[in-house]
Ligand binder design. Structure first.
Ligand SMILES: Nc1ncnc2c1ncn2[C@@H]1O[C@H](COP(=O)(O)OP(=O)(O)OP(=O)(O)O)[C@@H](O)[C@H]1O
Length: 238
């Protein structure tokens, strides 16, 4: 079982009536969702639907304004540190230090998480994402796609119980997409729960067995990914 994995059959991620307010803006207004260990769940919806905000709450980065959120058995409102330890989080933007190299990012992440014997896995992940040759180059000069790849590597390094990938395919070339799909498959196979937000319905269906659609801060559908046809998706977005 992955470190920090919940015991028993409770969903790895459980969200009940989540509200998140930023000043006057209600970014999330009453989302319910649950996601199981060993499965990947896609979070879809138009720009501003509340996907990234929901992901940030699940990552322990933004506190819920109201509602009940449990991640790997930890309450996101009161145990954000335990939540941060249990998850691997690829944020939609940012999170990288421009003057540090990929290898230094891995070293820092390993130190913060007190990982032993992480170097071989770190090297392997960089190779899989074709970042081996630039492992010692500062990331300030990286393209958008290279930065996205490194963010996925950092999220996956410690084999988290809950893997949160926010727009991992954004600007990433087909080989990077394949490497990300492999990471998702590996995580599912070792019993982790994966949540993946994307605008790309085809890739969501390829990576995930369940799809959740948000609109205007609300959940408007939760279904088997295979049932989310292009027509069904467009109807949910309108
Ligand atoms: N820090 C913030 N301060 C104020 N408003 C915010 C903040 N973060 C998000 N919002 C607002 O909350 C709403 C939901 O934003 P969010 O980023 O969660 O959407 P999203 O579904 O991830 O969109 P996208 O597909 O464009 O990334 C939007 O109206 C956005 O402007």
């Amino acid at each position: 079982m992955p470190p920090g994995a919940p015991s028993g059959a409770a969903p790895a991620v459980q969200v009940r009536d989540l509200h998140v307010r930023f000043g006057e803006v209600e970014a999330v207004s009453g989302v319910d969702l649950s996601a199981e260990a060993g499965r990947a769940t896609a979070l879809l919806g138009r720009n501003g639907a509340g996907k990234s905000t929901t992901m940030k709450v699940l990552a322990g980065v933004v506190p819920p304004t109201a509602g009940a959120v449990t991640v790997a058995g930890h309450d996101a409102a009161t145990e954000s540190l335990a939540v941060k330890r249990a998850v691997g989080y690829c944020p939609d933007v940012g999170g990288l230090v421009p003057r540090a190299t990929p290898w230094e990012h891995l070293q820092l992440s390993a130190r913060l998480r007190r990982l032993d014997d992480w170097e071989a896995r770190g090297r392997d992940l960089l190779e899989r994402f074709e970042l081996g040759d630039v492992a010692h180059r500062v990331v300030g000069g990286f393209s958008h796609g290279m930065s996205r790849r490194l963010s996925v590597v950092l999220a996956a390094l410690h084999e988290p119980a809950v893997l949160l990938l926010d727009e991992p395919f954004d600007g990433v070339d087909p080989l990077g997409v394949d490497a990300t799909l492999e990471i998702v498959a590996d995580a599912r196979a070792r019993g982790a729960c994966v949540l993946l937000s994307t605008h790309l319905r085809d890739l969501a269906l390829e990576a995930c067995s369940t799809a959740i659609v948000l609109r205007g801060g609300n959940r408007v559908a939760a279904m088997a990914a295979a049932d989310l046809t292009g027509e069904a998706y467009r109807a949910l977005l309108d």
